[in-house]
Design a protein around this ligand. Structure first.
Ligand code: PMP
Ligand code: GLN
Length: 395
């Protein structure tokens, strides 16, 4: 092949060409470049519990996990994941055959879709969706079928009839996320019951991203889909130490499901990273066994941050949707006389010294997401106060 014919074809394949650079990389770079407060990418600006960090240091020093850990994850962590699911939800999993450790939830999502989908299979997913879903469905040769959560009564809700109508004979799986990024919606018992009934009736697999399981507020309750009738045997549940313990850089996630489904996910996972995060796996095993008091304090702290930022955003003139879970508040910018979230977020660092994420990036129906903008509140109180002050002064 000559160099001219090589350059005639763009190097990036067609499956990925539509995705570009993730919004998180773009916006975090913008925050650094402009010296802005970064309420875009969802990562805490303080680290998780000291004793968990110390556990990682101990593992490193003791030489645990410095060489390839076992493919499915170290036994200590698989046992701790199973114990956590039982303690919190009454779900029992065999640590040897029903738990898989992954490089964050991101790899769990990728491996689940690569391991479970045939080319052409349809995946019904809640829109707006976390950006890696669309890319991973595409990499697996699947077709995404969005069901849009619509604003009403102060939050974003799922239309169960739309969900039902989205399922066809080609649907292989439902990709669910609760608590939901970016809207902050936590699916209710009624909604989850309906999803479960649909999955059983149409014999669908369900991949459920529950990385924000510990971040639910007020009277919302996190109910794992696997606890609903007929679901344990068809559900792949995904969790993450990044979100539950504020160590997003460690990239430790996990999958729980049946032996057959875990084996399918592992088949793909073994050729993605094979294994990762050796010493951190031991530390996360200790984190999962922290007493309930840790989880209660974590939740209370995030709740206070949510309230602080929500009040600041309202004062600055945004319409603020109710966040029942996650790190995020979704706002509507129309009361500010704006309608294009992309343009708004690109201008915001210069205007106000704050970075946020345009929700439109999480939509196939871009126009449906155009006026919505997401702010992360997993930041220190003084940072949130300063951001609110800047927004109020600038908008
Ligand atoms: N799923 C959702 C809904 C997320 O918000 C994120 C990251 N914030 C992930 C998955 C990825 O998690 P991890 O960092 O563990 O890969
Ligand atoms: N999940 C985080 C968010 O939604 C970001 C993760 C990432 O940067 N890929 O902000």
């Amino acid at each position: 092949m000559t160099s001219s014919s090589r350059s005639a074809r763009p190097p990036l394949n067609r499956r990925l060409a539509e995705f570009g650079t993730t919004i998180f990389a773009e916006m975090s770079a913008l925050a650094v470049r402009t010296g802005s407060i970064n309420l875009g990418q969802g990562f805490p600006d303080t680290d998780g519990p000291e004793e968990v960090r110390e556990a990682a240091v101990r593992a490193l020093r003791d030489g645990r996990g410095n060489q390839y850990p076992p493919g499915p994850g170290v036994p200590e962590l698989r046992t701790a994941v199973a114990a956590h699911q039982e303690r919190r939800y009454g779900l029992t999993y065999d640590p040897d055959t029903e738990v898989l450790v992954t490089a964050g939830a991101t790899e769990a999502i990728a491996a689940a879709l690569l391991g479970l989908l045939e080319p052409g299979d349809e995946v019904v997913a809640l829109e707006p969706y976390y950006d890696s879903y669309a890319a991973c469905i595409a990499m697996a040769g699947g077709r995404r079928v969005p069901v849009t959560l619509r604003p009403g009564d102060g939050s974003f809700r799922l239309d169960l009839d739309e969900l039902r109508d989205a399922v066809t004979d080609r649907t292989r799986l439902l990709l669910i996320n609760t608590p939901h990024n970016p809207t902050g919606t936590v699916l209710t018992r009624e909604e989850l019951t309906a999803i479960a009934e649909l999955a059983v009736e149409r014999d669908l697999l369900v991949v459920t991203d529950e990385v924000y399981e510990h971040l639910v507020f007020d009277d919302a309750e996190h109910l794992p889909l696997a606890t609903f009738p007929g679901m344990r045997e068809r559900t792949v549940t995904i969790g993450s130490a990044g979100k539950s313990f504020s160590f997003t850089g460690w990239k430790v996630g996990w999958v729980t499901s049946t032996p057959a489904l875990v084996s399918a996910v592992r088949s793909a996972k073994q050729f993605l990273t094979y294994v990762s995060s050796g010493p951190f796996q031991y530390a996360v095993a200790e984190a999962l066994a922290l007493p309930d008091a840790y989880f209660a304090a974590f939740r209370a702290d995030m709740l206070a941050k949510r309230d602080l930022l929500a009040a600041g955003l309202a004062e600055a003139g945004f319409e603020v949707f109710r966040t029942a879970g996650t790190y995020f508040i979704t706002t509507d910018i129309r009361p500010l006389g704006e309608s294009d979230g992309f343009a708004f977020c690109r201008a915001l660092p210069e205007r106000a010294g704050v970075v946020a994420i345009p929700n439109a990036v999480f939509y196939d129906h871009r126009e449906a997401g155009a006026p919505f903008v997401r702010f992360a509140f997993c930041k220190q109180t003084e940072v949130l106060r300063e951001a609110a002050k800047r927004l109020k002064a600038a908008l």
